[in-house]
Design a protein around this ligand. Structure first.
Ligand code: MG
Length: 172
C-alpha cells in the first residue's frame, strides 16, 4: 500500500507520540453495540422513515459498555486494536472525542468514507472491503467482534475468527 486510506484515523500512538505500527497482528472491534451503547437512539431507526442522521449525530450521548472497554483493554500489547465502524464520516469528530473521553484503547479507527467505495451500501460490503485493505497493509487479523450477524458471517467467509455479541439492535 502506498497511501493510508483517508477514512483510517490512527490514534496518537502512545505517550511518546510514535506512529502506530503498520502490519502485524490486529484485533477488529465494532463500535456501536460492542463498545458504545446505542440503545437510546435505536428509536431513530424504527418506523417507516429511518432517521439515520438523527441516529448517528446523537452518538456522543452513548454510555460505554464496560464489557467493551474491558475487552479492548485486554488485548495483548503487541496487537493493533482497530475499531471498524459503519458510522459515517460526518460523525468522525464526535466519535474521536467519545473514544478519547472514555479512554477506549485503540490504535486505528476506520469509518465509512465520504466518497466512493464503502460510502454507501450494506455494512457487510463496506467492512469486507476494509478487511481486504487491512490485509493488504500487512495486518494479520487475529479476531473480530461484532453485534451484527451479517458481519459475523462475512468475517467467517473471509477466514477471520469472529465472535458475535448480542446487542439486541437487530432482528434475529
Ligand atoms: Mg454494531
Amino acid at each position: 500500500m502506498t497511501t493510508t486510506p483517508d477514512n483510517w484515523y490512527f490514534a496518537d500512538g502512545g505517550p511518546d507520540g510514535a506512529p502506530a505500527p503498520v502490519g502485524g497482528p490486529l484485533v477488529i472491534f465494532d463500535l456501536d453495540g460492542v463498545i458504545s451503547d446505542a440503545t437510546h437512539r435505536q428509536h431513530f431507526l424504527r418506523g417507516a422513515r429511518k432517521d439515520w442522521r438523527g441516529f448517528f449525530t446523537s452518538a456522543h450521548l452513548d454510555p460505554p459498555y464496560e464489557s467493551g472497554l474491558a475487552l479492548t483493554a485486554s488485548v495483548s500489547e503487541d496487537h493493533t486494536v482497530a475499531i471498524l465502524t459503519a458510522r459515517p464520516h460526518y460523525v468522525g469528530a464526535i466519535t474521536r472525542s467519545w473514544l478519547a473521553a472514555n479512554e477506549v484503547r485503540h490504535d486505528l479507527l476506520i469509518m465509512r468514507p465520504r466518497h466512493g467505495r464503502g460510502s454507501g451500501g450494506p455494512s457487510a460490503d463496506y467492512k469486507r472491503h476494509e478487511l481486504g485493505r487491512l490485509r493488504a497493509a500487512g495486518y494479520e487479523i487475529t479476531v473480530a467482534i461484532d453485534d451484527d450477524e451479517r458481519i459475523i458471517e462475512m468475517f467467517r467467509a473471509e477466514g477471520v475468527l469472529a465472535f458475535y455479541t448480542h446487542s439486541g439492535y437487530y432482528e434475529r
